[in-house]
Ligand binder design. Structure first.
Ligand code: NAD
Length: 375
């Protein structure tokens, strides 16, 4: 099989597969071709790719020669136009929310896999790009907060007086939230945490966070470890509790998401109105609407002396390790479909392959995506 790596566009600095991942693929008997300069943003040169066994080509040649194309972001319109019927695409398509790209792949007869809809099972953990990127996001969000806050994170007893530690409120204790708690605690902040899943309470307290319980949350075991939409009564109770804690915090890090839906709005304008001047909100849920009512995706705004950073893509700012983790996840996923001779087989019977599979033979083949598209 010929696998093609495309260069990402816009401000993206990551690359789906670094030279170290190419070397692993070559050992798996896969021929790798990569677009010239594909790794530049992640500090990997064309020479590094060639040493690892790849051939460097212009992007259009990669598309015309490859059996499978691997990218992080969805292909651009130009890339889709160049793709051939039956070609395989592996990328992060966000197909539950971004229906346009799904329709384009269907039209073009592309066999599309979307790594963000991989089932969240234990066996799939090593292929879970959402977890990898959420780890980077949670870590970077806290470092960004520490860097931007006009005060210290840790407590200090100095000759110039005692500095009290920063108070950090983390909303949502999934992968990004837990990483944010751990990083904020390492920097010495006092950390309070909200989540609707009771299961995370122990994890939160285990890494030094204080779990704030709001009674009456719907914790649906059938949702596969994910949160579900909450009742109106619970939402009111939670809003009041979030308000009380947020107005006493220096930093609020928002990470709450519900898969396939808009992020829940948990931090109202009225709350931000009463937050301390100089305090900071980092909204990692910005790309799905944000947990804060005032968040603007991909923008930093200052409202009433409170800085609100809407950023769901901090991983872009850590391109080396983010690309390394992404590549490792891709290789683990490919191992489910590549024979020892390097031949690609559509392994329908594997639940992970099936769950990640989105389009094939001009049809949507994923049940979750079908229902999101009302098919
Ligand atoms: P996510 O990004 O979908 O959500 C982040 C957090 O927000 C979750 O903890 C969720 O409970 C919380 N949340 C949602 N609505 C909320 C609300 N109204 N108020 C407060 N908090 C709210 O989640 P994620 O980080 O991708 O993962 C969630 C869980 O999925 C994990 O903790 C784990 O159980 C499971 N998971 C499994 C695997 C695997 O086995 N492959 C990998 C990663 C995660």
């Amino acid at each position: 099989m010929i696998l093609g790596i495309l260069k990402e566009s816009g401000k993206e600095r990551r690359v789906a597969l670094l030279p170290e991942s190419v070397a692993v693929l070559v050992k798996m008997n896969i021929n790798v071709i990569a677009e010239q300069n594909a790794g530049a943003g992640a500090f990997a040169s064309d020479a590094d790719y060639v040493s690892a066994g790849a051939t460097m080509l212009p992007g259009a040649d990669v598309i015309s020669k490859a059996d499978m194309i691997v990218k992080i972001n969805p292909p651009t319109d130009e890339e889709v136009k160049l793709m051939k019927e039956g070609q395989v695409l592996l990328a992060v398509l966000n197909p539950l929310l971004h229906h346009d790209i799904v329709k384009k792949l269907v039209q073009g007869g592309i066999t599309g896999f979307s790594l963000d809809v991989i089932p969240r099972t234990s066996r799939a953990q090593a292929m879970d790009i959402l977890s990898s990127m959420a780890t980077v996001n949670g870590y970077k969000a806290v470092l960004t907060a520490a860097n931007s806050l006009p005060k210290f994170f840790p407590m200090f007893m100095t000759a110039a007086g005692t500095i009290t530690p920063a108070k950090v409120l983390i909303i949502g204790a999934g992968v990004a939230g837990l990483q944010a708690i751990a990083t904020a605690r390492k920097l010495g902040a006092v950390v309070e945490v909200f989540d609707v899943r009771a299961a995370v309470k122990e994890e939160v307290t285990g890494i030094g966070g204080k779990f704030i319980e709001v009674e009456g949350a719907i914790d649906d075991k059938s949702a596969g470890g994910y949160a579900v939409e909450q009742s109106e009564e619970f939402k009111k109770k939670q809003a009041a509790a979030v308000h009380d804690h947020a107005i006493r915090s220096d930093v609020v890090i928002c990470t709450a998401q519900i898969p396939g839906k808009k992020a829940p709005v948990l931090l109202k304008k009225e709350t931000v109105d009463q937050m301390k001047p100089g305090s900071l909100i980092i909204d990692l849920a910005a790309s799905t609407g944000g947990n804060c009512e005032l968040t603007k995706d991909d923008e930093t705004i200052v409202y009433n002396q409170v800085t609100i950073i809407g950023n769901s893509a901090f991983a872009i700012d850590m391109p080396s390790d983010a690309s390394k983790m992404f590549g490792k996840n891709v290789i683990n996923f490919l191992k489910l479909m590549i024979t020892p001779e390097g031949v690609f087989t559509l392994n329908w019977n594997d639940d992970i392959v099936k769950g990640t599979f989105v389009t094939h033979n001009k049809e949507v083949v994923n049940e979750r995506v079908k229902s999101a598209l009302n098919l």
